[in-house]
Write a protein that binds this ligand. Structure first.
Ligand code: GMT
Length: 372
């Protein structure tokens, strides 16, 4: 099949998922055309079946706001016509679903039918899309998509709750390439981070408010009252300066390291003993799933779709949002002895395997065939 995929190219989960999906489909022989404003971060190296089309947004002194959506829709039309694209799959509703609708109408006038699949990822529904500045367009363009998918049952429910949706939303859970993440930890790297055998705790996110990264630091501070540990904070975003400032005020701040944006998560995660995700909301929590694939148990909140991937007392624990004491207690329950930690690690891997790329990508492929 010839498929066009539209996504955000940045470190967010929707862009990661869309890129990994495109790569997996290309491996299966499909031609994948990525349409984004920058090379997606997870798209590196040459692949004969992958084509990257950059959306250029010409500016003009009149524009305070360059019309990205218009440029995107025009690029979609151009790529679809010139590459015989059979299907347009957009990830994250805003503004991709609206641009897809526009492209579909333009192509229809030229006698070309192009089915559109919109995959909802989270904040496009729960945070940004609900805003009344956007919601009429988001609602309309979701209803005009041929197929709507959501990455969790929770996100499907949230979408029905917050928008008037006239069609069935299909749930296709996110996935992880377990083989890629399940690597042996590099001992030398572990020693650099934790020279005295301290436990290594990791958090990764885009440091937005919804992630409550300050809670990660608070939980960590409670853990090190009982056992020596190191905290690695991966990623970057608007809350990072604030989180850095509260870390500087902590007595044991030397135990916390900010590593910034990292492309090779599969090299870092395997050295971790625990992954912390303290979010106010996660439609799914792809970062937690990648940690589990690297055999890392997860301490998370029970918000949104997290209970669909984390199993309390098996591969991690879940607490109410903001319950720092409970999260610290649960972390210590996992880290207290090697036997318990090893059991949780094994369970984390077993749980991640349920969401392995090999199980989920064929579901997208079957959907594509049906729609085309
Ligand atoms: O987490 C973010 O803020 C980024 C956002 C995105 O769209 O890039 O992530 C959302 O989509 C991911 C992939 O489907 C999910 O794993 C995340 O849970 C979801 N984030 C939220 O719902 C806050």
């Amino acid at each position: 099949m010839n498929i066009a995929i539209v996504c955000y190219p940045t470190f967010g989960g929707s862009g990661v998922l869309a890129t990994e999906l495109g790569k997996a489909l290309a491996d299966k022989g499909h031609n994948i055309h990525f349409i984004t404003y920058q090379q997606p971060v997870r798209l590196s190296g040459f692949h004969a079946n992958i084509f990257y089309h950059e959306v250029r947004v010409p500016t003009y002194p009149l524009f305070d706001y360059p019309p990205y959506e218009t440029a995107l829709a025009s690029t979609m039309v151009d790529v679809i016509i010139n590459n015989n694209v059979e299907l347009l799959h957009v990830h994250y509703a805003i503004p991709h679903a609206a641009a897809a609708y526009m492209a579909k109408q333009i192509l229809a006038k030229q006698g070309k039918r192009i089915p559109v699949i919109t995959t909802l990822h989270g904040t496009d529904i729960t945070l940004v899309g609900r805003d009344k500045t956007y919601s009429p367009v988001v609602t309309f363009s979701m209803n005009e998509s041929d197929i709507l998918t959501a990455v969790s049952d929770n996100l499907k429910e949230e979408t029905y709750k917050n928008f008037v949706i006239e069609k069935e939303i299909e749930v296709i859970h996110n996935f992880v390439d377990v083989k890629r993440f399940n690597k042996k930890p590099v001992d030398a790297f572990r020693k650099v981070v934790a020279p005295n055998g301290e436990k290594i705790i990791v958090h990764a996110s885009n440091f937005r408010k919804v992630k409550r990264v300050d809670d990660v630091v608070k939980v960590f501070m409670k853990i090190i009252e009982t056992m020596p540990a190191k905290l690695l904070l991966l990623g970057d975003g608007p809350e990072r300066p604030y989180v850095e400032s509260i870390c500087r005020d902590c007595v044991l701040c030397d135990n916390i390291k900010f590593l910034g944006k990292q492309e090779q998560m599969e090299d870092i995660l395997p050295i971790a003993d625990l992954f912390l995700l303290t979010s106010e909301y996660e439609s799914f929590g792809l970062a937690a799933l990648e940690a589990m694939a690297a055999e890392v148990p997860v301490i998370s909140t029970n918000a949104g779709g997290l209970p669909e991937i984390n199993i309390d007392g098996y591969c991690g624990y879940m607490s109410n949002v903001g319950d720092i004491d409970d999260m610290a207690k649960n972390a210590l329950a996992i880290l207290k002895d090697d036997a318990t930690l090893l059991q949780f690690k094994a369970n984390a891997l077993a749980q991640a395997k349920k969401f392995d790329i090999e199980n989920i990508v064929p579901i997208y492929e079957a959907l594509y065939k049906r729609v085309i």
